[in-house]
Unconditional design. Structure first.
Lengths: 116, 110
């Protein structure tokens, strides 16, 4: 069974640009969450999607957005990039929304974004 | 408070030793406490988890100790091995959100 796939794995952007990251969840998983990982800050929750609807949102500015498609694949977008957006962006899928029932998130290997 | 405080930030242990990572929380509504392990270049993966009605859970060399009254929980790695070198994240579930600690980088030297 294939795991969570994230693309691209690495990318470099400059300030002011925008970026789109993609995530394909494990087959059958309908919930996709996004996290930002930075040294010293750990994993910061961005948002969660289930059945194409955003269920939860973390404390990030509106420059961070996402969406989910009917096949459960998800994308996140960051507009007007800032230096502080440099981070590893992790996508995680779970069987049911909000991990309420399974309690487990399955993470991809992440997309490492560098903003120059 | 929706925070989970994790310490230490980094830990160096000799092979065969015991690694201990501590976490503390404030929100008594948290109802599930997992630990995730992350190897370099990989995403975090669930290692072991505990619910607040249990004081200890052991899986192989990994043990979670949970102190509900102190609102603290810890991960103990017995007989630490170089292959355990990774970053460890504690987490707590509040509602349907998983709140992560800031991580502990563990290095086990032979």
């Amino acid at each position: 069974k294939a795991g969570v796939t994230q693309t691209p794995r690495y990318l470099i952007k400059t300030r002011g640009q925008q970026v789109t990251l993609s995530c394909s969840p494990i087959s059958g998983h309908r919930s996709v969450s996004w996290y930002q990982q930075t040294p010293g800050q750990g994993l910061q929750f961005l948002f969660e999607y289930f059945s194409e609807t955003q269920r939860n949102k973390g404390n990030f500015p509106g420059r961070f957005s996402g969406r989910q498609f009917s096949n459960s694949r998800s994308e996140m977008n960051v507009s007007t990039l800032e230096l502080g957006d440099s981070a590893l962006y992790l996508c995680a899928s779970s069987l049911i929304a909000g991990i309420v029932n399974t309690g487990e998130l399955f993470f991809g290997e992440g997309s490492r974004l560098t903003v120059l | 408070q929706q925070q989970v405080k994790q310490s230490p930030q980094s830990l160096i242990v000799q092979k065969g030793g015991i690694s201990i990572i501590n976490c503390a929380y404030e929100n008594t509504a948290f109802d599930y406490f997992p630990w995730y392990q992350q190897f370099p270049g990989k995403g975090p993966a669930l290692l072991i988890a505990i619910r607040p009605d249990v004081s200890e859970k052991k899986e192989g060399r990994f043990t979670i100790s949970f102190n509900k009254s102190a609102k603290q929980f810890s991960l103990h790695i017995m007989d630490s091995q170089p292959g355990d070198s990774a970053t460890y994240f504690c987490a707590a579930r509040g509602g349907d959100k998983l709140i992560f600690g800031t991580g502990t980088r563990l290095q086990v030297f032979p």
